[in-house]
Design a protein around this ligand. Structure first.
Ligand code: MN
Length: 185
């Protein structure tokens, strides 16, 4: 029998207590994600390879759901904002829910047949990610972007497709805020 318990989540820092896993991604881990490879190498060499995002999670053996937070630092690489790698789920029948707690972001979504959607991420917004839509979160603000996520433990993350091919569109710094541009067709 699994005993119920509370997990404390800090809306500002994204800390999860108790947590069962955590990983961090620095600029050097995201060489294939950002378009401007020279800017990546400059940041690694000159800016001390900054932290881009971290994921903290709570997963309990025998539970069908797991959840956690992702905290994306504010920052840019070239003309792109700090962002996550982006992924499809291995299980094509399983979606996810994001609940933004702090900061200001964009959720970039791409369907399997190439449709692109963007959703605003701001405190209090709950984003429904349907099954078989790839999703990437982008911090377009000046503060950390913190969001809570929850999905089925069987969903699984498939990063290969997006890391190898890239998403169809990119979000870059425009004259009056974030701008969506074509990355590949
Ligand atoms: Mn996901």
């Amino acid at each position: 029998m699994i005993i119920p318990e509370n997990v404390l989540i800090d809306a500002v820092t994204g800390s999860v207590a108790p947590k069962t896993e955590r990983y961090v991604k620095r600029v050097s881990d995201l060489r294939q994600v950002f378009a401007d490879r020279e800017a990546v190498e400059r940041m690694v060499a000159e800016k001390g390879n900054p932290l881009v995002y971290q994921v903290r999670a709570y997963r309990k053996e025998g539970c069908d759901l797991w959840f956690g937070t992702t905290t994306i630092e504010p920052g840019r690489v070239g003309s792109e904002y700090f962002m996550t790698r982006g992924h499809f789920h291995k299980r094509r029948d399983m979606g996810e829910v994001y609940y933004t707690q702090a900061g200001n972001g964009l959720l970039l979504l791409q369907s399997r047949d190439g449709q692109i959607e963007t959703l605003e991420m701001r405190p209090g917004v709950c984003s429904s990610i349907p099954p078989d839509w790839a999703h990437r979160s982008i911090n377009v603000g000046d503060e950390p972007l913190v969001f809570f996520w929850i999905c089925n433990v069987e969903a699984g993350n498939d990063y290969a497709d997006i890391v190898q091919k890239g998403m169809l569109k990119r979000v870059v710094v425009g004259n009056s805020g974030p701008q969506l541009i074509v990355n590949r067709s």
